[in-house]
Design a protein around this ligand. Structure first.
Ligand SMILES: [Zn+2]
Ligand SMILES: [Zn+2]
Length: 263
């Protein structure tokens, strides 16, 4: 059966690990007003005035109007000051209550790709976030919900991606726009990092992963494959290999489904 959709960086494709893309790389496109500019610091408002008196650490906070309890280490959605924007995502590092019982949270922001200096790239997933080095102190009242930021590997294993599911594979330095790790494995003829939103097929011969479109197939055709051998391996190994290839198995049943078909 052809393998679909999970070129996990931890799998045994040691050959593939050598092909990497340095990050960040220059934008291939001219910068448009929608791309490539970091957002102004607001509405991630800067730290509020400090009150030394009567602060005490608290270990949980119940989101207003809900029974959802937030604890240190949880990931939360925070209301943007402009309600047209998507909520911000942050990880709660510390919570403290002042003498009058109002709770403030020290958060570490996650950035969305479009908020990074390099902007959103083709390989960034719809639910991708970068763990930034940008911390803030916020009123707990701005927390509007909880969410889960998965590791990349765990995200690719989810059966269903809900609205509260995100993933993170890079840390991001807000001041310099640099990423850790600064290189990422690439796949396919197009030499792009894996976007978990895109279905890929694995070549039986070289074990690299390919976008159906880069191999001249539709996604529907790719899902029906019994075996797949990429065009380079077909050339190298001669026509014998081709007899296993996708062109000769038009009647096979669909063998696998993409986990995510949200688009
Ligand atoms: Zn490709
Ligand atoms: Zn191949």
């Amino acid at each position: 059966m052809v393998s679909l959709n999970c070129p996990s960086p931890c799998s045994s494709h040691s050959v593939l690990q050598q092909r990497t893309l340095p990050l960040p790389t220059p934008l291939p496109l001219p910068i448009s007003p929608l791309l490539g500019f970091p957002p102004p610091p607001n509405p991630r408002r800067s730290a509020m005035a400090k009150t030394k008196q009567g602060k005490k650490d608290v270990d949980s906070y119940t989101i207003r109007g809900t029974n959802k309890v937030v604890r240190v280490g949880d990931c939360v959605l925070m209301r943007p000051s402009d309600s047209d924007n998507q909520p911000y995502v942050a990880r709660v590092e510390k919570m403290e209550a002042d003498g009058r019982g109002s709770v403030r949270v020290r958060v570490r922001w996650y950035y969305r790709p479009e908020e990074s200096k390099g902007g959103r790239r083709q390989f960034h997933g719809a639910k991708e976030l970068f763990l930034s080095d940008h911390f803030d102190l916020q009123s707990a009242h701005t927390i509007e919900g909880k969410c889960v930021v998965h590791s990349f590997k765990n995200y690719t294993k989810l059966d269903n991606v809900g609205p509260q599911d995100f993933f993170c594979r890079f840390e991001y330095k807000a001041a310099t726009g640099s990423f850790t790790p600064d290189r990422v494995a690439v796949y396919c003829k197009c030499e792009m990092p894996y976007n978990p939103d895109d279905l890929m097929v694995q070549c039986d011969a070289c074990k690299d992963w390919f976008h159906p479109s880069c191999m001249g197939m539709t996604i529907e055709q790719a899902k029906k494959l019994d075996h797949f051998v990429c065009s380079d391996c077909v050339k190298e190994n001669g026509p014998k290999r081709l007899s296993n290839g996708y062109a000769t198995s038009p009647n096979s049943e669909p063998k696998a489904e993409s986990k995510r078909q949200r688009r």
